[in-house]
Ligand binder design. Structure first.
Ligand SMILES: NC(=O)c1ccc[n+]([C@@H]2O[C@H](COP(=O)([O-])OP(=O)(O)OC[C@H]3O[C@@H](n4cnc5c(N)ncnc54)[C@H](OP(=O)(O)O)[C@@H]3O)[C@@H](O)[C@H]2O)c1
Length: 327
């Protein structure tokens, strides 16, 4: 038995136009699976990497999409954690969210609590879980610490900045335009540097009275990596978690020795690998939203059919915050 769905697939890597809408068949859920009727799809930069082939897809044609909220349409045998009709959200490296229907492992879906809309869930689950582990689990940050966060007006960026501020961590942000500067300041950055027009390393050293920062959160990669290492205080940590501008250069570990620096490249799936880790992190994220510590309204809402345009805006750096697609 199978179900008809409308999905955006790629048959080859390439520009946004390789995303084509097609009718597909989605199987009925087997043991341990759920069938989800997506309502709102979250857009993430990682999907640009998969579309371009920066990260490989398992096979062609591929339905991309890493995050969505929706309603459980059917469950397979032995599934007890969710039932038909439940509102759920999911975000993993299992592709398939760019579709009206998605088959998903039941133990990787999370029930959306009352008080959080599908739009809020789809705009914040992947980005919020990421901001959370970056802030709380990669570096031992304390209230009063100062960190540098690149692309602070972005999707993960805005959640990170708001949450850090709520915990008393000071964030210096970088952005590529004056408009984005206002967005990052509004999210809660103490200072924002336009790294297109200013030397961010000089500015950070100035702003920290030449001490440097305890940690740098860098998802830009190639363009920022070297200077990100330079602005760390002794025993500081560079957390590289993306490469929007390309791969950073190779590092000789011995270069870290003079200031005893730490370097890590964490990925969300490792931090929410077990169902227990996922539910603990999701509960913390939902609590932060419901308690008003972070606001997670989407900054841009597209109809699903405008996926190609949404990809273009994201990769051309025209977006701020989180975009979602209404199915
Ligand atoms: N490792 C993990 O666990 C994990 C999880 C989620 C996301 N990520 C990474 O976190 C980053 C943010 O994700 P997001 O979905 O929230 O995206 P986003 O921050 O909304 O968009 C990416 C931003 O990167 C900046 N950027 C700098 N150089 C760029 C370039 N050459 N091309 C395009 N953008 C460039 C742009 O901000 P400016 O215009 O201000 O420079 C752009 O808005 C991505 O790199 C993503 O892969 C990693």
């Amino acid at each position: 038995m199978s179900n008809n769905a409308r999905a955006a697939r790629i048959h080859a890597y390439g520009p946004p136009e390789v995303l084509v809408f097609e009718d597909i068949q989605v199987a009925h859920p087997g043991p341990g699976q759920v069938l989800i009727r997506n309502t709102v799809i979250g857009l993430n930069f990682v999907e640009v990497y998969y579309r371009r082939g920066t990260f490989p897809v398992p096979a062609f044609p591929a339905v991309l999409g890493n995050e969505a909220a929706g309603v459980v349409a059917a469950v397979g045998a032995d599934v007890t954690n969710v039932k038909a009709g439940d509102r759920v959200v999911y975000s993993d490296d299992v592709h398939g969210a760019y579709s009206t229907l998605c088959l998903y492992p039941a133990d990787r879906v999370t029930i959306i609590p009352d008080g959080i809309s599908d739009k809020q869930a789809a705009s914040s689950f992947l980005k919020g879980l990421t901001a959370r582990y970056l802030l709380k689990e990669t570096v031992n940050l304390q209230a009063g610490d100062t960190v540098l966060y690149h692309a602070a007006a972005g999707g993960v960026g805005q959640v990170f900045v708001q949450w850090a501020k709520a915990l008393g961590v000071k964030v210096i942000g970088t952005v590529s335009s004056e408009e984005k500067k206002l967005v990052a300041l509004d999210a809660g950055c103490s200072h924002v540097i336009n790294y297109q027009t200013e030397n961010f390393a000089d500015r950070v050293m100035e702003l920290t009275s030449t001490i440097g920062v305890k940690a740098v959160f860098d998802s830009v990669g190639k363009d920022t990596f070297v200077d990100s290492l330079a602005v760390l205080q002794p025993r500081g940590t560079l957390v590289v978690f993306g490469k929007a501008s390309g791969s950073p250069p190779l590092v000789n570990p011995f270069d870290l020795a003079p200031r005893s620096l730490n370097l890590t490249w964490p990925v969300l799936p490792v931090y929410v690998a077990t169902s227990q880790q996922l539910s603990t992190a999701a509960a913390d994220l939902f609590h932060a939203i419901l308690a008003g510590m972070i606001k997670v309204e989407p900054s841009r809402v597209y109809p699903f059919e405008q996926l190609v345009e949404a990809h273009r805006e994201l990769e051309e750096r025209r977006s701020t915050g989180a975009a979602v697609l209404i199915v």
